[in-house]
Design a protein around this ligand. Structure first.
Ligand SMILES: [Zn+2]
Ligand SMILES: [Zn+2]
Length: 422
């Protein structure tokens, strides 16, 4: 359990004297007061870096703060620790014999959920736990979505959530802008999904395969991996298992796309995860992945793709071409020099799997390009071309990493781009 100091609550009997000290003498910025009706208090938040001071003024003679003031006088009232999942935190503490004031969280200020721990279990300090509304503002979706494109069926699958540094995900975009669309956790990471694509037509094709199950605890911790629901569940929902996949196509070989290409067998050997499948990879991407440099090394893990060559199931392609009827690849470069996107076209309709060209719906604007990209100007050019074409053809856009929107159609209102979820 991780707990971050959110604020310190101070009971105030004379608010003018308190402001004279905290605001005027110390020079702290103090927000306009907020009424918290359920607690019958007025809170004045004074900013002191990542944590704040909360000056609490009672609005009723029988409020908890009024009773505290009557008994102890003004002073330190409580500390508030922010947790990611307040229900999990309460269960964790209860299991360790900690006495709770609130066994169930209740609504606090600014849409947060809060619960108090009894001072007798906390060295005499009243401790409040808080789950900020930010972690609930952003919808997350672990379900699959099925679409018909002419004669083909397209399914957005799911291999779990993970987290990457928000700054790295948005490149030169300042945090005050991106954090409104993708709230950061206490380690500055944002939530991302892994959504490989299934195409059923002449053959059964999987495009990318998520992270897979080979990584250790430390890796899962660093990337905040949540694979309680993963690719096997998603395939089972469509009535398929690994044996049913004929072709596996890679957009590129980063671990969040190619990790699921292989698995470790009971003897510890890494082998292809889809036993009947041919794996199709772009030759330039294969060369880069098997000869990594200091800049891209952390993203290319050899166990994800080298065993494919050893097993003789690897097929390298050199140029933009059709992989099976209705499915073609197009190189975008940018993110990696040979990164490619995939178009599914049939019966006059089209869908596009945009992989790391536009990883989430928040990356639609031209300048919102990942800091990870090796050639951001190539990303920019490819994105401009793609968006123009997708608007003209009303293409269904499939987002690999958006935590809430698996697919949608683009809209452009005078240069302001958005997605209408499908
Ligand atoms: Zn990537
Ligand atoms: Zn990615």
């Amino acid at each position: 359990m991780r707990a971050i100091l959110d604020h310190v609550g101070i009971a105030v009997s004379d608010v003018r004297a308190a402001l004279a000290f905290f605001r005027d003498a110390l020079g702290l910025d103090v927000d306009p007061p907020e009424e918290v009706a359920s607690q019958r208090v007025r809170a004045h938040v004074a900013h002191t870096g990542p944590a704040a001071l909360e000056l609490l003024e009672s609005t009723s003679a029988d409020s908890p703060i009024a009773r505290f003031l009557a008994k102890r006088g003004p002073g330190l009232h409580h500390i508030t620790l922010r947790v990611e999942d307040i229900r999990a935190a309460l269960a964790h503490l209860k299991a360790r014999g900690v006495r709770l004031v609130d066994e169930e969280p209740r609504p606090g200020a600014e849409g947060a959920l809060v619960a108090f721990i009894h001072p007798s279990s906390a060295n005499g300090v009243l401790v409040e736990l808080k789950q900020a509304s930010g972690s609930r503002l952003q919808a997350s979706d672990s379900s699959i979505h099925r679409f018909t494109i002419g004669d083909l069926e397209v399914v957005t699958l799911f291999d779990g959530f993970f987290r990457l540094d928000g700054g790295a995900m948005f490149g030169v975009v300042p945090k005050p802008l991106w954090s409104r669309k993708a709230p950061a956790d206490d380690r500055n990471r944002i939530l991302l999904a892994m959504r490989p694509i299934l195409v059923r037509g002449a053959r059964t094709m999987l495009i990318d395969a998520g992270l897979g199950d080979k990584e250790n605890e430390k890796f899962l911790e660093i990337y905040g991996v949540d694979r309680r629901r993963h690719l096997d569940h998603a395939l089972a929902e469509v009535g398929l298992s690994a044996e049913d996949v004929d072709v596996v196509l890679a957009t590129h070989l980063h671990f969040d796309h190619a990790g699921g290409f292989t698995t470790r067998d009971p003897s510890g050997r890494v082998r292809p995860r889809f036993p009947r499948a041919q794996y199709v990879v772009r030759r330039g991407e294969w060369e880069d992945a098997t000869h990594p440099n200091m800049r891209n090394r952390a993203s290319y893990l050899a166990d994800n793709f080298v065993p494919l060559a050893d097993a003789g199931v690897l097929q390298l392609v050199d140029e933009d071409r059709t992989i099976m009827p209705g499915v073609r690849v197009q190189r975008t470069g940018g993110h990696t020099p040979h990164h490619q996107i995939v178009f599914v076209e049939s019966g006059g309709r089209s869908a596009a799997f945009v992989a790391d060209l536009i990883p989430t719906a928040a990356h639609l604007a031209d300048a919102w390009i990942m800091g990870y990209d090796l050639n951001p100007l190539d990303t920019l050019a490819a994105k401009q071309r793609f968006v123009k074409d997708a608007l003209a053809r009303d293409t269904l856009v499939l987002f690999e990493h958006d935590p809430g929107v698996a697919a949608g159609r683009l809209r452009d209102d005078g240069g302001n781009r958005s997605v209408i979820p499908a």
